[in-house]
Each structure stands twice: as C-alpha cells, then as structure tokens.
Design a protein around this ligand. Structure first.
Ligand SMILES: [Cu+2]
Length: 203
C-alpha cells in the first residue's frame, strides 16, 4: 500500500471512531441519562438476607399468583411490587417476583405503582425500566430508542451484593395508559440474555 493510501485509511478510521464516541456521549450524556433509565432517581439502601426474605413474602391481599401461566395480577389503586434481580431460583439474568421468574405482571390502569428492586447478584449491577419497547432485545437494547414508558418507571442499576448486604431502591409511578409494556434490565446486554418480562396495564 502506498504511504498516501495508508494515511487515508488512518484518517477514515479516526473519523469513524470519533463519530462513534460522539454518538455514545450524545446518547448517554447529561439529561439524556434519564431517558434511558441510567440516572440516579432514587435512594439506595441495603438489606441483609433475612430482610430480603421478609420483604419477598407474598402479600396477603391484592395479589393473585398463577404459577401455571407464570402470571401475577395485582389489584387496587395502590400496588406494591417487590422485584428481585438475579433471584436464587432463576438465571442471573432474570427477575424474581414472589417466587416466579420473569412473570407477566398485570396491574390496573390509573393505579399508583411502587416497585422495589433488590439486586441479589454477587457480581453484577442490575436495574429495571418499564418500557413500551417489545422484545427481541439486541445487545444494546431498545433502550437506545424507547426508555421509560411512564415518568419514573425505572430504577437505576444497583450494585452487586457486598458482604452479605443487598442493594435495593424503589420508585413510584402512575400508569396513565393501558396496554402491554415490558420490564427490562437496562444494563447493556442483560435484556438480550433474557432479563425481561411482560407488564400489562389493564383497563
Ligand atoms: Cu441486569
């Protein structure tokens, strides 16, 4: 190859890399972080295993669990849902809800939803976003284009377990639209590995 040709290729390469990095900064920088569920929107606290077990116990009212169809339906105008990232009975790329793995969650429209996420993984960050973007999810995820379906319908990625303490955080939002949504982990590559479930808002 001629010297000129080589320099030409170097310049083209540099321009492509700069464009790529620029796109990433645009996508993840500043105010755009919230759009993708990455900014810190809630206070993170820690729980030990006993506390997680207590929180994971099935509420006595307002919930119907169907193991056969892997569905959990919540009732009432105020709904609290505890979601475990990397539950003991599921893959590290899954969510656990009251003993089920990646269940379909059904909630009533106009309900005030409080989601609490606890990360039980020992070596990875996990978060959650309720989004309108359906699967299949690719490596970078549809998060690049969709983001949270409702204001505050996400929890930023939480750190892995540290010395027997699990990180948890919660968020509250109102469902103003009925339809089919999805809860997914927004950490790059996790939704594509199966870390998601259906989230149905019923009229
Ligand atoms: Cu994850």
């Amino acid at each position: 190859m001629s010297r000129k040709g080589f320099i030409g290729i170097l310049i083209i390469g540099a321009v492509l890399i700069a464009a790529g990095v620029g796109t990433m900064i645009f996508a993840f920088g500043g105010n755009e972080m919230g759009r993708f569920g990455y900014n810190s929107n809630s206070i993170t606290t820690t729980f030990n295993a006993t506390e997680v077990e207590r929180l994971s116990s099935i509420p006595s009212t307002g919930v119907k669990i169907d193991k056969k169809t892997n569905t959990i339906e919540f009732y009432g105008s105020k709904v609290s849902i505890l979601i475990i990232a990397s539950p003991e009975n599921g893959s590290m790329y899954s969510f656990g809800v009251y003993g089920l793995v990646n269940p379909t969650i059904i909630v009533p429209k106009d309900a005030q939803i409080s989601v609490q996420l606890i990360n039980m993984d020992d070596d990875m960050y996990h978060g959650i976003v309720i989004t309108a973007g359906p699967p299949p999810y690719f490596y970078m995820g549809t998060m690049m284009f969709d983001g949270p379906a409702f204001a505050n319908s996400y929890i930023q990625p939480l750190p892995q377990e540290r010395n027997g303490e699990y990180f948890g955080s919660s968020t509250t939002f109102t469902l103003s639209t009925s339809g089919t949504f999805y809860y997914i982990c927004q950490v790059v590559g996790h939704a594509s590995k199966g870390m998601y479930g259906k989230f149905v808002v019923k009229d």
